[in-house]
Design a binder for this molecule. Structure first.
Ligand SMILES: CC(C)(COP(=O)(O)OP(=O)(O)OC[C@H]1O[C@@H](n2cnc3c(N)ncnc32)[C@H](O)[C@@H]1OP(=O)(O)O)[C@@H](O)C(=O)NCCC(=O)NCCS
Length: 287
């Protein structure tokens, strides 16, 4: 069991810590930031979010508030250059575990590993490799649209759709990849092209994407499970490619998916995406 020395103290981070932590993050030596819809410090006010201090100054910080309630991504872990990441992790993560195991539901702790030092820390502390995020890119001419199908309408997503979009998202994705209504709203606000598919008036699929420099990034795609394999996903992706590439808005389109997501990999390959070779491991806490 890790112990605190007399010089150290542990406290929950609060919204008033924003400028303190902002300065700390500018000087921290080891920093893991989740690839998130919001800045790590936007989680201030939600827990678990802990600061380990030495003589009253931050030495390390961890944030992993659950969102949705059953999934807690490690959103931030940062350590000062003057101390050991492993020791800080042991102190902070023990506090996180005590807090999350008292929640109902107990959230699954999950983390991306974007640095070798952080991946080593996860594997030494009860996390196991779950899957890899892979990157695909599209740089050719989009295929033509499919023939129209009766009752099927592709249209722009509206703010009023976001509840139905969250429902489709949560039914389609495995738990750790589901977005809360709040994050669906953030994704909507940050996306420049977002569309939904309606079948006989019911929202059954959606995509959200945005321009990112000279390229576009398709960040979200889902189709209701009962209506998959009916070329709804294909139509949404074909339309987005047409918008960006034939519309001369970008030179190419990128996206991420999971290396074990057979449906999405098969759809993306069929339409002409190619794996770039980049991959980012995802770890789940399994102790
Ligand atoms: C990925 C997803 C959007 C595909 O939507 P979809 O409407 O079922 O896909 P389509 O019917 O348009 O499939 C087009 C082609 O992709 C391939 N494909 C799609 N799903 C497949 C599956 N389960 N197995 C094998 N091939 C598949 C096929 O080649 C298919 O063409 P075909 O039916 O003529 O053989 C859907 O499975 C989904 O919502 N999954 C969960 C969320 C997700 O993983 N999103 C993407 C991750 S970023």
């Amino acid at each position: 069991m890790p112990t605190l020395s007399a010089k150290n103290s542990l406290r929950q981070a609060e919204p008033y810590d924003r400028s303190l932590l902002s300065r700390f993050l500018n000087s921290s030596a080891y920093t893991h930031r989740h690839l998130d819809w919001r800045d790590a410090l936007d989680w201030l006010g939600s827990q678990p979010f802990w600061i380990l201090e030495k003589f009253g100054e931050p030495e390390a910080v961890i944030a992993c508030p659950p969102d949705p309630a059953d999934t807690a991504w490690i959103r931030l872990f940062a350590v000062s250059p003057l101390t050991s990441p492993a020791w800080c992790w042991s102190i902070l993560f023990e506090r996180v575990l005590t807090q999350v195991t008292s929640l109902k539901p107990v959230p699954q702790l999950v983390s991306l590993a974007l640095n070798d030092w952080y991946e080593d820390l996860l594997t030494l502390n009860g996390f196991t490799h779950h899957q890899d995020i892979v990157v695909l890119s599209y740089e050719t001419q989009p295929p033509p649209p499919l023939e129209e199908r009766e009752g099927l309408i592709l249209r722009a997503m509206q703010p009023d759709d976001l509840e139905a979009v969250t429902r489709v998202d949560n039914l389609a994705f495995e738990p750790i990849w589901r977005l809360s209504y709040t994050d669906i709203t953030r994704a909507f606000d940050r996306s420049s092209y977002k569309t939904v598919m309606e079948l006989d008036g019911e929202l059954v699929g959606y995509q959200m994407s945005a321009l990112n420099g000279f390229s576009a990034h398709l960040s979200r795609l889902a189709v209701l499970p009962d209506l998959q394999r009916q070329r709804i996903g294909y139509r949404l992706v074909q339309n987005a490619l047409d918008h960006y590439i034939n519309g001369h808005r970008s030179w190419g389109v990128t996206l991420n998916t999971q290396d074990n997501n057979a449906s999405s990999l098969s759809l993306y390959r069929k339409i002409g995406f190619r794996l770039t070779g980049e991959h980012f491991p995802v770890f789940v806490y399994s102790n």
